[in-house]
Design a protein around this ligand. Structure first.
Ligand code: NAD
Ligand code: TYD
Length: 360
């Protein structure tokens, strides 16, 4: 039985990954979820798996070396799946330091702890171990021309403090692979959407605001392009890279689904109108009139688009969920989880939201 150490498993993608893995492998795997439970970590995301005997939650910060080394000392970890990070670009513009601390130093702690636990006396590593570093396409910078894509060979050119911190963490992983032959893979994925996404990110923010008849803030001219991938497809890609990825390789993961932000916002409005019952009082408040153009994000990357050719040809992974289907699944999930949304939009997040959009 393989033991997975998942960091950041109480966040959006981490929790979707844990659900996916238990649905697929049931009692044939063990998962230890390490999460500091920042504003973005929510144990409600793990309802249903938290009672399993083969699941353990440890509240710890990845920058806490002693706490992380203790987990490795007490458990024979086979795979590390490293999601834990500060993940929101706008927050990184307001407060970059915590991004450096968690994303760069925290990754160094994870790498060192795994290296210590997996090292053999001759300087090699125990068979079958792997560190999967989950990263983003934002490390590659910004594309302008339609028809151009990010490949694994595209030079790094991060612009936001978030993407710079993720690029730094990727570089550390690359350095460990090159220097120590440390067994790892890096995945660089495009924008995810789906259940359990915190409503500071575009798609859940627009769903939540529209349902509450609130303005839908669109940055700049609304024509920035992102390549959206349904989160479950990302979870599947990570599982496949752990099992089939060649050590020391990087794999780009993307949705083949480029859309301008304004298109995303109008698709959500139209889909909400289609899915809500005519007698639902929320329906009357939803229209394109809610769209509000606001000041652009500083250093706003124009376009991201992944070429997932390598992961397709080497591993056989492809995006499976078309956007039209994925957005309906996502909206349906938010309809069915009103309490989840109420809980996460109270407290800290509410304060952040008021600061972020003050005067906009
Ligand atoms: P998220 O913000 O929803 O979740 C991050 C999780 O990490 C939270 O549970 C949080 O509590 C935890 N965490 C934060 N700091 C920590 C610390 N110091 N110690 C321990 N735990 C800590 O993020 P997400 O959207 O699920 O992203 C997960 C990973 O995937 C990140 O590494 C991100 O860079 C990467 N990624 C995200 C996207 C996307 O579209 N969301 C796309 C590509 C890659
Ligand atoms: P986001 O979901 O924050 O992801 P990322 O910045 O990592 O790509 O934003 C997606 C796009 O939507 C990005 O171009 C910024 C834009 N955006 C808005 O126009 N309005 C908003 O309120 C938010 C949160 C994002």
């Amino acid at each position: 039985m393989k033991t997975y150490l998942v960091t950041g498993g109480a966040g959006f993608i981490g929790s979707n990954f844990i659900h996916y893995m238990f649905e697929k492998y049931d009692n044939d795997i063990r998962i230890i979820n390490v999460d500091a439970l920042t504003y973005a970590g929510n144990l409600e995301n793990l309802k249903g798996v938290d009672t399993r005997d083969n699941y353990t939650f440890v509240k710890a910060d990845i920058t806490d070396k002693d706490a992380i080394e203790k987990i490795f000392a007490e458990n024979d970890i086979d795979y590390v799946v490293h999601f834990a990070a500060e993940s929101h670009v706008d927050r990184s513009i307001k407060n970059p330091e915590v991004f450096v601390s968690t994303n760069v130093y925290g990754t160094a702690v994870m790498l060192n702890s795994a290296m210590k636990a997996w090292s053999l006396e001759d300087g090699t590593f125990r068979e079958g171990k792997k560190f999967l570093h989950v990263s983003t396409d934002e490390v590659y910078g910004s594309l302008s021309e339609p028809g151009t894509y990010f490949y694994e060979t595209t030079p790094y050119s991060p612009h936001s403090p978030y993407s710079a911190s993720k690029a730094s963490s990727d570089m550390l992983v690359k350095a460990y692979m090159d220097t120590y032959k440390f067994p790892a893979n890096i995945t660089n994925c495009s924008n995810n959407y789906g259940p359990y996404q915190f409503p500071e990110k575009l798609i859940p923010l627009v769903i939540n605001n529209a349902l509450n008849g609130k303005k839908l803030p669109v940055y700049g001219d609304g024509k920035n392009v992102r390549d959206w991938l349904y989160v479950r497809d990302h979870a599947k890609a990570i599982d496949m890279v752990i099992n089939k990825g060649r050590l020391f390789e990087t794999y780009n993961v993307g949705g083949h689904n480029e859309k301008q932000n304004i298109e995303i916002v109008t698709i959500i409005i139209d889909t909400l109108l289609e899915m809500l019952d005519d007698n639902d009082p929320r329906k009357a408040n939803i229209s394109r009139d809610l769209i509000t153009y606001v000041e652009d994000r500083k250093g706003h990357d124009r376009r991201y688009a992944i070429a997932p050719d390598k992961i397709k040809s080497e591993i056989g992974w492809e995006p499976e969920t078309m956007f039209a289907e994925g957005i309906k699944l996502t909206i349906k999930w938010y309809f069915e989880h009103e309490d989840w949304m109420k809980n996460v939009t109270s407290g800290d997040y509410q304060k952040y939201y008021e600061d972020m959009y003050a005067g906009k």
